[in-house]
Design a protein around this ligand. Structure first.
Ligand SMILES: Nc1ncnc2c1ncn2[C@@H]1O[C@H](COP(=O)(O)OP(=O)(O)OP(=O)(O)O)[C@@H](O)[C@H]1O
Ligand SMILES: [Mg+2]
Length: 333
């Protein structure tokens, strides 16, 4: 069966006074039906820009500079605005970091939930109120909170409302960009548990973005690691944890305490990500890479499949597998 989401060669740029910031540079990945796919990487590597590019929330000066995004076979980048509006919420919904960015401050929760339902199902007027109450129950909020305005709720409650809204029309893909980062840890855990429970119940796919790599490793089926606007590795979460291939992925894992097992020294990654207006030649990670070799300075490594086809990595260290990688690449096309 084909993937639910297919992102091919997606590029997003921000023109600026100093030049063009290539925030997302020809990245490709897929998300399967019911799969939870995580995007990780240091601040500024392009995770949110990728998410916004997929769900057409880019606002000027950001511009889509190329590539394709197919959801269930439908090309989203070419869809007229009114056609895309029909898909938003119904097939694709988004949960952002701050619930206030998702909610209208001058409308009650009831009005926002029923409006979202009625925009897609105008005939559901009599049932919309009951559906709104059901959605509140789904995220463990008392139904009387339907009469509240967003500012009358706690941050955790607001984020639960946003998740309820995202679920309202049973979408096939939910994009979550730092959905719990603004909340305290206890509230975060409650919300993550709730999201996972809903995902198991309804089977939607998730594109999950967080700074919290240990959480991502627990939650996601597969993970994509971004560095300076590029996807440098994709693999099942268990493989990223046990056998990270790209030196950047290894460094990222070394920046967090181990999930289990012995305590070890956190080493992190020395240096800073590059300027995205003039990224370094060759591999963008090369100036910070302990294992850089001559080709890394001039030849940009392509993201190519592993020998067993489970993951992909963009790194010259794996050049000796080239023959196998080329074969796997041809077979996967
Ligand atoms: N309006 C803008 N103008 C110019 N550059 C921008 C603009 N918005 C974002 N960028 C740049 O685009 C790059 C990607 O930003 P993005 O917000 O997607 O990163 P991110 O991975 O989501 O980071 P974080 O983890 O901090 O949320 C960054 O280098 C950022 O400086
Ligand atoms: Mg972001």
């Amino acid at each position: 069966m084909s993937a639910l989401l297919e992102v091919r060669e997606l590029s997003v740029e921000y023109p600026s006074a100093r030049g063009v910031v290539k925030a997302v540079d020809r990245i490709s990945f897929t998300i399967g039906r019911g799969e939870i796919f995580g995007l990780a990487g240091e601040s500024g590597c392009g995770k949110s820009t990728t998410a916004f590019g997929i769900c057409r929330l880019l606002r000027p000066p950001a511009r889509l500079a190329g590539g394709s995004v197919r959801l269930d076979g439908v090309e989203l980048t070419a869809l007229p605005e009114d056609e895309f509006d029909k898909l938003r919420w119904a097939k694709l919904s988004i949960v952002l970091q701050s619930a206030m960015n998702n909610l209208n401050p001058v409308m009650t929760i009831r009005k926002q939930l029923t409006d979202a339902i009625l925009a897609h199902e105008p005939d559901a007027a009599s049932a919309a109120d009951a559906r709104a109450a059901e959605l509140m129950k789904l995220v463990d909020l008392p139904a009387d909170r339907l009469n509240s305005y967003p500012h009358e709720l706690s941050g955790g409650m607001r984020q639960r409302v946003v998740i309820a809204m995202a679920m309202a029309l049973k979408p096939s893909l939910v994009i979550m960009d730092e959905p719990t980062t603004a909340l305290d840890v206890v509230v975060q855990h409650g919300i993550i548990r709730k999201m996972m429970e809903l995902q198991r119940r309804f089977g939607f796919s998730i594109l999950f973005i967080t700074h919290d790599l240990p959480l991502m490793l627990q939650m996601c089926d597969r993970i994509g690691i971004m560095y300076a606007g590029k996807l440098v590795e994709t693999a099942p979460a268990s493989r990223i944890l046990k056998e990270p291939k790209h030196p950047y992925t290894q460094g990222l894992l070394d920046s967090f305490p181990a999930l289990s097992g012995e305590k070890r020294r956190l080493t992190g990654i020395p240096g800073h990500p590059p300027d995205l207006i003039r990224p370094p030649a060759g591999c963008r990670f090369q100036p910070r890479c302990r294992r850089a070799m001559p080709p890394c300075l001039s030849v940009e490594p392509a993201l190519l499949p592993d020998r067993d086809g489970l993951g992909k990595v963009a790194c010259h260290l794996y050049g000796e597998e080239e023959g196998a990688r080329e074969q796997a690449s041809a077979a996967s096309e």
